[in-house]
Design a protein around this ligand. Structure first.
Ligand SMILES: *Cc1c(COP(=O)(O)O)cnc(C)c1O
Length: 352
Protein backbone atom coordinates (compact mmCIF):
# COMPACT_ATOMS: atom_id res chain seq x y z
CA UNK A 1 0.00 0.00 0.00
CA UNK A 2 1.34 3.44 -0.88
CA UNK A 3 1.23 6.33 1.53
CA UNK A 4 -0.94 8.09 -1.07
CA UNK A 5 -3.94 5.78 -0.80
CA UNK A 6 -7.04 7.47 0.59
CA UNK A 7 -7.58 6.37 4.17
CA UNK A 8 -11.11 5.30 3.20
CA UNK A 9 -9.70 2.37 1.21
CA UNK A 10 -6.88 1.22 3.45
CA UNK A 11 -8.88 -1.59 5.03
CA UNK A 12 -10.61 -2.71 1.82
CA UNK A 13 -10.24 -6.38 1.02
CA UNK A 14 -11.06 -6.88 -2.64
CA UNK A 15 -12.94 -9.71 -4.30
CA UNK A 16 -10.72 -12.71 -5.03
CA UNK A 17 -11.49 -14.20 -8.47
CA UNK A 18 -10.95 -17.89 -9.16
CA UNK A 19 -7.28 -18.59 -9.83
CA UNK A 20 -5.92 -18.74 -13.39
CA UNK A 21 -2.51 -20.38 -12.87
CA UNK A 22 -0.15 -20.60 -15.86
CA UNK A 23 2.34 -23.14 -14.55
CA UNK A 24 0.72 -25.94 -16.57
CA UNK A 25 -2.54 -26.56 -18.40
CA UNK A 26 -5.49 -27.35 -16.17
CA UNK A 27 -8.99 -28.62 -16.62
CA UNK A 28 -10.68 -25.46 -15.41
CA UNK A 29 -13.77 -26.12 -13.32
CA UNK A 30 -13.37 -23.18 -10.93
CA UNK A 31 -15.04 -20.07 -12.42
CA UNK A 32 -18.34 -21.33 -13.89
CA UNK A 33 -17.42 -20.56 -17.49
CA UNK A 34 -19.15 -22.44 -20.31
CA UNK A 35 -17.35 -25.37 -21.94
CA UNK A 36 -18.99 -24.33 -25.25
CA UNK A 37 -17.70 -21.63 -27.61
CA UNK A 38 -19.97 -18.69 -28.47
CA UNK A 39 -22.51 -19.25 -31.27
CA UNK A 40 -21.72 -18.90 -34.99
CA UNK A 41 -23.63 -15.62 -35.08
CA UNK A 42 -21.17 -14.19 -32.54
CA UNK A 43 -18.16 -15.39 -34.52
CA UNK A 44 -19.52 -13.82 -37.71
CA UNK A 45 -20.02 -10.31 -36.25
CA UNK A 46 -16.45 -10.14 -34.95
CA UNK A 47 -14.99 -9.46 -38.39
CA UNK A 48 -12.60 -7.02 -40.13
CA UNK A 49 -15.28 -4.36 -40.35
CA UNK A 50 -16.06 -4.61 -36.65
CA UNK A 51 -12.38 -4.29 -35.80
CA UNK A 52 -11.95 -1.37 -38.18
CA UNK A 53 -14.93 0.36 -36.49
CA UNK A 54 -13.09 0.28 -33.17
CA UNK A 55 -11.79 3.76 -34.05
CA UNK A 56 -15.30 4.94 -33.13
CA UNK A 57 -16.71 5.06 -29.61
CA UNK A 58 -19.33 2.50 -28.73
CA UNK A 59 -22.97 3.59 -28.53
CA UNK A 60 -23.48 5.09 -25.05
CA UNK A 61 -27.22 4.33 -25.38
CA UNK A 62 -26.48 0.71 -26.33
CA UNK A 63 -29.58 0.80 -28.54
CA UNK A 64 -29.03 -2.33 -30.60
CA UNK A 65 -28.29 -4.51 -27.61
CA UNK A 66 -31.09 -3.01 -25.52
CA UNK A 67 -33.57 -3.64 -28.32
CA UNK A 68 -32.44 -7.23 -28.72
CA UNK A 69 -32.79 -7.85 -24.97
CA UNK A 70 -36.11 -6.01 -24.74
CA UNK A 71 -37.68 -8.15 -27.44
CA UNK A 72 -36.15 -11.33 -25.99
CA UNK A 73 -37.66 -10.67 -22.55
CA UNK A 74 -40.89 -8.98 -23.65
CA UNK A 75 -40.10 -5.66 -21.98
CA UNK A 76 -39.51 -2.13 -23.26
CA UNK A 77 -36.11 -0.77 -24.23
CA UNK A 78 -36.49 1.67 -21.33
CA UNK A 79 -36.60 -1.30 -18.94
CA UNK A 80 -33.06 -2.44 -19.84
CA UNK A 81 -29.67 -1.28 -18.58
CA UNK A 82 -26.48 -2.77 -20.02
CA UNK A 83 -23.17 -3.01 -18.23
CA UNK A 84 -19.55 -4.13 -18.40
CA UNK A 85 -20.22 -7.54 -16.90
CA UNK A 86 -23.15 -7.89 -14.53
CA UNK A 87 -20.77 -7.03 -11.68
CA UNK A 88 -20.91 -3.46 -12.92
CA UNK A 89 -24.73 -3.41 -12.95
CA UNK A 90 -24.69 -4.79 -9.40
CA UNK A 91 -22.17 -2.14 -8.37
CA UNK A 92 -24.34 0.68 -9.72
CA UNK A 93 -27.43 -0.87 -8.09
CA UNK A 94 -25.66 -0.98 -4.70
CA UNK A 95 -24.58 2.61 -5.20
CA UNK A 96 -28.04 3.77 -6.23
CA UNK A 97 -30.44 1.91 -3.98
CA UNK A 98 -28.83 1.09 -0.60
CA UNK A 99 -29.17 4.30 1.34
CA UNK A 100 -30.77 2.40 4.24
CA UNK A 101 -28.37 -0.52 4.04
CA UNK A 102 -28.60 -3.81 2.20
CA UNK A 103 -29.42 -7.36 3.31
CA UNK A 104 -28.11 -10.58 1.77
CA UNK A 105 -27.39 -14.17 2.86
CA UNK A 106 -24.32 -14.99 4.96
CA UNK A 107 -23.29 -17.42 2.25
CA UNK A 108 -23.56 -15.93 -1.22
CA UNK A 109 -21.64 -14.20 -4.00
CA UNK A 110 -18.53 -12.64 -2.44
CA UNK A 111 -18.80 -9.40 -4.36
CA UNK A 112 -21.82 -8.19 -2.35
CA UNK A 113 -19.69 -7.84 0.75
CA UNK A 114 -16.96 -6.05 -1.19
CA UNK A 115 -19.38 -3.56 -2.78
CA UNK A 116 -20.95 -2.82 0.60
CA UNK A 117 -17.50 -2.21 2.13
CA UNK A 118 -16.32 -0.10 -0.78
CA UNK A 119 -19.44 2.08 -0.74
CA UNK A 120 -19.74 2.23 3.07
CA UNK A 121 -23.18 0.66 2.98
CA UNK A 122 -24.30 -1.09 6.18
CA UNK A 123 -24.69 -4.77 5.32
CA UNK A 124 -27.05 -7.12 7.14
CA UNK A 125 -26.01 -10.72 6.72
CA UNK A 126 -28.97 -13.08 7.02
CA UNK A 127 -27.94 -16.67 7.84
CA UNK A 128 -29.03 -19.41 5.49
CA UNK A 129 -30.79 -22.33 7.15
CA UNK A 130 -28.78 -25.40 8.15
CA UNK A 131 -29.55 -26.95 4.74
CA UNK A 132 -28.31 -23.77 2.97
CA UNK A 133 -31.75 -22.67 1.80
CA UNK A 134 -32.70 -19.00 2.09
CA UNK A 135 -35.24 -18.07 4.77
CA UNK A 136 -37.45 -15.74 2.76
CA UNK A 137 -39.42 -14.64 5.83
CA UNK A 138 -36.27 -12.98 7.18
CA UNK A 139 -36.36 -10.49 4.30
CA UNK A 140 -40.00 -9.51 4.60
CA UNK A 141 -40.54 -5.98 5.98
CA UNK A 142 -36.79 -5.61 6.38
CA UNK A 143 -36.72 -1.83 5.63
CA UNK A 144 -33.57 -1.88 3.54
CA UNK A 145 -32.47 -2.98 0.08
CA UNK A 146 -32.05 -6.72 -0.52
CA UNK A 147 -29.82 -8.60 -2.94
CA UNK A 148 -30.35 -12.29 -3.58
CA UNK A 149 -28.44 -14.43 -6.06
CA UNK A 150 -31.00 -16.81 -7.53
CA UNK A 151 -29.94 -19.56 -7.95
CA UNK A 152 -27.64 -18.74 -5.05
CA UNK A 153 -23.87 -19.06 -5.34
CA UNK A 154 -21.98 -21.12 -4.36
CA UNK A 155 -24.83 -23.39 -3.25
CA UNK A 156 -26.80 -23.55 -6.53
CA UNK A 157 -30.08 -23.58 -4.59
CA UNK A 158 -33.06 -21.82 -6.21
CA UNK A 159 -35.68 -19.71 -4.45
CA UNK A 160 -39.16 -19.75 -6.05
CA UNK A 161 -40.51 -16.66 -7.79
CA UNK A 162 -43.42 -16.71 -5.30
CA UNK A 163 -41.01 -16.21 -2.43
CA UNK A 164 -39.11 -13.43 -4.23
CA UNK A 165 -42.47 -11.83 -4.94
CA UNK A 166 -43.38 -11.87 -1.25
CA UNK A 167 -40.09 -10.16 -0.40
CA UNK A 168 -40.69 -7.48 -3.05
CA UNK A 169 -44.33 -6.97 -1.99
CA UNK A 170 -43.44 -6.52 1.68
CA UNK A 171 -40.70 -3.93 0.99
CA UNK A 172 -42.32 -1.42 -1.36
CA UNK A 173 -39.97 1.35 -0.20
CA UNK A 174 -36.78 -0.51 -1.04
CA UNK A 175 -35.24 -2.16 -4.07
CA UNK A 176 -34.97 -5.94 -4.26
CA UNK A 177 -32.10 -6.95 -6.52
CA UNK A 178 -32.31 -10.48 -7.92
CA UNK A 179 -28.99 -11.61 -9.38
CA UNK A 180 -29.95 -14.24 -11.97
CA UNK A 181 -26.44 -15.04 -13.25
CA UNK A 182 -27.35 -18.75 -13.43
CA UNK A 183 -31.06 -18.57 -14.23
CA UNK A 184 -30.75 -20.17 -17.67
CA UNK A 185 -29.80 -23.47 -15.99
CA UNK A 186 -32.79 -23.37 -13.65
CA UNK A 187 -35.59 -24.45 -16.00
CA UNK A 188 -38.67 -22.59 -17.20
CA UNK A 189 -40.57 -20.29 -14.88
CA UNK A 190 -37.61 -19.67 -12.57
CA UNK A 191 -36.85 -16.10 -13.61
CA UNK A 192 -38.34 -13.04 -11.91
CA UNK A 193 -38.27 -10.96 -15.11
CA UNK A 194 -42.06 -11.45 -15.62
CA UNK A 195 -42.62 -9.73 -12.23
CA UNK A 196 -40.97 -6.46 -13.12
CA UNK A 197 -44.18 -4.95 -14.53
CA UNK A 198 -45.88 -5.65 -11.22
CA UNK A 199 -43.20 -4.42 -8.77
CA UNK A 200 -41.58 -1.04 -9.31
CA UNK A 201 -38.92 -2.00 -6.74
CA UNK A 202 -37.71 -5.19 -8.41
CA UNK A 203 -34.44 -5.20 -10.37
CA UNK A 204 -33.33 -8.39 -12.14
CA UNK A 205 -29.65 -8.67 -13.11
CA UNK A 206 -28.35 -11.19 -15.65
CA UNK A 207 -25.09 -11.85 -17.49
CA UNK A 208 -23.64 -13.10 -20.77
CA UNK A 209 -20.78 -14.73 -18.85
CA UNK A 210 -22.29 -18.10 -17.99
CA UNK A 211 -25.02 -19.54 -20.22
CA UNK A 212 -24.04 -17.40 -23.23
CA UNK A 213 -20.33 -18.33 -23.25
CA UNK A 214 -19.07 -14.71 -23.23
CA UNK A 215 -17.31 -14.35 -19.86
CA UNK A 216 -14.33 -12.66 -21.51
CA UNK A 217 -16.50 -10.15 -23.37
CA UNK A 218 -17.77 -8.65 -20.07
CA UNK A 219 -21.43 -7.91 -20.71
CA UNK A 220 -24.30 -7.91 -18.25
CA UNK A 221 -27.69 -6.23 -17.94
CA UNK A 222 -30.42 -5.26 -15.55
CA UNK A 223 -34.16 -5.33 -16.20
CA UNK A 224 -36.56 -3.29 -14.12
CA UNK A 225 -38.98 -0.40 -13.89
CA UNK A 226 -38.14 2.51 -16.17
CA UNK A 227 -37.39 4.83 -13.23
CA UNK A 228 -34.88 2.37 -11.71
CA UNK A 229 -33.17 2.02 -15.08
CA UNK A 230 -32.95 5.80 -15.44
CA UNK A 231 -31.20 5.98 -12.06
CA UNK A 232 -28.65 3.39 -13.16
CA UNK A 233 -28.11 5.36 -16.39
CA UNK A 234 -27.47 8.53 -14.39
CA UNK A 235 -24.70 6.77 -12.49
CA UNK A 236 -23.28 5.17 -15.61
CA UNK A 237 -23.15 8.50 -17.45
CA UNK A 238 -21.34 9.91 -14.41
CA UNK A 239 -18.62 7.28 -14.56
CA UNK A 240 -18.20 5.79 -18.03
CA UNK A 241 -20.79 6.43 -20.76
CA UNK A 242 -19.05 3.95 -23.11
CA UNK A 243 -19.01 1.17 -20.54
CA UNK A 244 -19.56 -1.66 -23.04
CA UNK A 245 -17.07 -1.78 -25.91
CA UNK A 246 -18.16 -2.14 -29.56
CA UNK A 247 -16.98 -5.72 -30.07
CA UNK A 248 -18.65 -6.96 -26.92
CA UNK A 249 -21.86 -5.10 -27.72
CA UNK A 250 -22.02 -6.70 -31.18
CA UNK A 251 -21.17 -10.13 -29.78
CA UNK A 252 -23.84 -9.86 -27.10
CA UNK A 253 -26.56 -8.73 -29.53
CA UNK A 254 -25.71 -11.68 -31.82
CA UNK A 255 -25.83 -14.04 -28.85
CA UNK A 256 -29.35 -12.87 -27.98
CA UNK A 257 -30.42 -13.61 -31.56
CA UNK A 258 -28.90 -17.12 -31.38
CA UNK A 259 -31.29 -18.16 -28.62
CA UNK A 260 -31.70 -21.72 -29.94
CA UNK A 261 -28.00 -22.50 -29.76
CA UNK A 262 -27.74 -21.34 -26.15
CA UNK A 263 -30.89 -23.20 -25.14
CA UNK A 264 -29.29 -26.32 -26.51
CA UNK A 265 -25.94 -25.81 -24.81
CA UNK A 266 -27.66 -24.93 -21.52
CA UNK A 267 -29.79 -28.07 -21.53
CA UNK A 268 -26.68 -30.06 -22.35
CA UNK A 269 -25.01 -28.60 -19.28
CA UNK A 270 -28.04 -29.44 -17.14
CA UNK A 271 -27.83 -33.07 -18.33
CA UNK A 272 -24.15 -33.13 -17.55
CA UNK A 273 -24.88 -31.67 -14.10
CA UNK A 274 -27.16 -34.65 -13.39
CA UNK A 275 -24.44 -37.02 -14.60
CA UNK A 276 -21.86 -35.34 -12.34
CA UNK A 277 -24.18 -35.32 -9.30
CA UNK A 278 -24.89 -39.02 -9.74
CA UNK A 279 -21.20 -39.82 -10.05
CA UNK A 280 -20.39 -37.84 -6.90
CA UNK A 281 -23.25 -39.39 -4.92
CA UNK A 282 -22.13 -42.86 -5.95
CA UNK A 283 -18.79 -42.09 -4.25
CA UNK A 284 -20.63 -41.00 -1.10
CA UNK A 285 -20.68 -37.23 -1.63
CA UNK A 286 -23.43 -35.05 -0.32
CA UNK A 287 -24.42 -32.77 -3.22
CA UNK A 288 -26.68 -29.75 -2.72
CA UNK A 289 -29.63 -29.60 -5.16
CA UNK A 290 -28.19 -27.30 -7.84
CA UNK A 291 -30.10 -25.33 -10.46
CA UNK A 292 -26.88 -23.71 -11.75
CA UNK A 293 -23.92 -24.75 -13.94
CA UNK A 294 -21.97 -25.95 -10.92
CA UNK A 295 -22.43 -28.29 -7.98
CA UNK A 296 -21.51 -27.74 -4.34
CA UNK A 297 -20.50 -30.95 -2.63
CA UNK A 298 -18.69 -32.50 0.32
CA UNK A 299 -17.57 -35.90 1.44
CA UNK A 300 -16.68 -37.24 4.86
CA UNK A 301 -13.91 -39.26 3.20
CA UNK A 302 -11.66 -36.24 2.67
CA UNK A 303 -11.65 -32.64 3.89
CA UNK A 304 -12.61 -29.84 1.51
CA UNK A 305 -9.17 -28.27 1.22
CA UNK A 306 -7.55 -31.67 0.73
CA UNK A 307 -9.84 -32.54 -2.17
CA UNK A 308 -9.19 -29.19 -3.81
CA UNK A 309 -5.41 -29.58 -3.40
CA UNK A 310 -5.36 -33.20 -4.54
CA UNK A 311 -7.27 -32.35 -7.71
CA UNK A 312 -5.04 -29.37 -8.42
CA UNK A 313 -2.00 -31.64 -8.27
CA UNK A 314 -3.77 -33.83 -10.83
CA UNK A 315 -4.37 -30.86 -13.14
CA UNK A 316 -8.00 -30.12 -12.25
CA UNK A 317 -9.04 -26.80 -10.73
CA UNK A 318 -12.17 -26.51 -8.62
CA UNK A 319 -13.17 -23.75 -6.19
CA UNK A 320 -12.68 -24.08 -2.45
CA UNK A 321 -13.80 -21.31 -0.08
CA UNK A 322 -11.94 -21.30 3.21
CA UNK A 323 -14.83 -19.74 5.13
CA UNK A 324 -17.04 -20.72 8.00
CA UNK A 325 -19.88 -23.19 7.32
CA UNK A 326 -18.61 -24.16 3.85
CA UNK A 327 -15.01 -25.25 4.44
CA UNK A 328 -15.83 -28.90 3.84
CA UNK A 329 -17.43 -28.15 0.46
CA UNK A 330 -16.08 -27.54 -3.01
CA UNK A 331 -17.79 -25.82 -5.91
CA UNK A 332 -17.31 -27.66 -9.17
CA UNK A 333 -18.21 -26.08 -12.52
CA UNK A 334 -19.98 -28.34 -15.00
CA UNK A 335 -17.65 -28.65 -18.01
CA UNK A 336 -17.63 -31.01 -20.99
CA UNK A 337 -18.65 -34.64 -20.45
CA UNK A 338 -15.07 -35.74 -21.03
CA UNK A 339 -13.79 -33.34 -18.36
CA UNK A 340 -16.43 -34.45 -15.88
CA UNK A 341 -15.44 -38.06 -16.47
CA UNK A 342 -11.84 -37.14 -15.80
CA UNK A 343 -12.87 -35.28 -12.66
CA UNK A 344 -14.83 -38.28 -11.32
CA UNK A 345 -11.94 -40.64 -12.10
CA UNK A 346 -9.46 -38.33 -10.38
CA UNK A 347 -11.66 -38.09 -7.27
CA UNK A 348 -12.04 -41.87 -7.21
CA UNK A 349 -8.26 -42.25 -7.34
CA UNK A 350 -7.80 -39.69 -4.57
CA UNK A 351 -10.29 -41.40 -2.27
CA UNK A 352 -8.86 -44.87 -2.90
C1 LIG B 1 -20.57 -14.99 -12.33
C2 LIG B 1 -21.50 -14.19 -11.47
C3 LIG B 1 -21.84 -12.89 -11.78
C4 LIG B 1 -21.39 -12.23 -12.98
O1 LIG B 1 -20.34 -11.87 -13.38
P1 LIG B 1 -20.02 -11.02 -14.68
O2 LIG B 1 -19.03 -11.86 -15.39
O3 LIG B 1 -19.50 -9.74 -14.15
O4 LIG B 1 -21.30 -10.83 -15.46
C5 LIG B 1 -22.76 -12.21 -11.01
N1 LIG B 1 -23.31 -12.80 -9.95
C6 LIG B 1 -23.01 -14.05 -9.61
C7 LIG B 1 -23.70 -14.66 -8.45
C8 LIG B 1 -22.08 -14.78 -10.35
O5 LIG B 1 -21.76 -16.00 -9.98
Amino acid sequence: MSEFLHSRYRALSPYVPGEQPRDRSYIKLNTNESPFPPSDGVLSVINRQAVSDLRLYSDPEALVLKEALASEYGVGRENVFVSNGSDEALYFAFMAFSEDGIAFPDITYGFYRVFADLLHIPAKLVPLREDFTIQPGEYEDIHMAVVIANPNAPTGILLSTDEVERIAASNPEHVIIVDEAYIDFAGTGASCVPLIGKYRNLLVVQTFSKSRSLAGARVGYAIGDEALIRDLETLKFSVNPYNVNRLSMAAAAAAVRDRDYYQETSSWIVENRDFTEQGLRRMGFEVLPSKANFVFARTTRMDGAGLYQGLKERGILIRHFDSERIREYNRITIGSRENMERLLAAIEALLA
